[in-house]
Design a protein around this ligand. Sequence first.
Ligand code: UP5
Ligand code: MG
Length: 192
Amino acid sequence: MAKYNVIFVLGGPGAGKGTQCENIVREYGYVHLSAGDLLREERQRPGSQFGEEIETHIKNGTIVPVQITCSLLKRAMENSGKDRFLIDGFPRNQDNLDGWNKEMSDVATVIRVLFFNCPEEVCVDRCLSRGKTSGRADDNEESLKKRIKTYNESTMAIIEHYRNLNLVSEIKAEHGPETVFEDVKKVLTDLQ
Ligand code: UP5
Ligand code: MG
């Protein structure tokens, strides 16, 4: 069987990963898998043995162990029946990267990493204004400080890892969504 093609989509909290993934799905037909959304779904699933653990990590802006996240991603990939994926918000730290490589390198190829680079204050503003209606447990000032700390201390190193492999396309993410998508399209069109 041919391998899955995967684009990892990374960037700080509120950088616009989810928003731009929706745009990409509309124009380029990838399947969008948000690791955060899959974890939030698993947390809500009645009888989940991981619900509490996931809840604690999300509130604290820390990172769920890769065994949990990677198995949710793998199952979603298999169930989709498709072979091209945008994996949004993963891998976030070395544990995630090691787990992915161990579990998925035989079945999936990472063809690109989209890095939405967004100033911290813009990220915070976006998440706080979304927090007025999102109901997300982590769209508050206290959780946001922790999410940003985790991003700077753990996720940036993963982006650097992929930059050294020449796989990163960096996109300025502070402009409006349409302007950002113009830059995204340049990257995606080159991949076709
Ligand atoms: N918005 C978007 N783009 C805009 C633009 N260009 N201009 C103006 N506004 C813009 O956007 C955020 C908000 O900004 C929205 O209101 C949007 O309309 C607006 P969104 O597209 O949702 O940004 P995104 O980068 O997806 O932000 P999100 O909050 O989802 O990012 P996080 O990385 O913080 O959240 P995620 O859901 O990926 O993870 C949450 C938690 O889950 C993590 O902190 C962690 O605890 C856990 N997690 C893991 O443990 N492991 C994983 O692998 C993944 C998550
Ligand atoms: Mg998101």
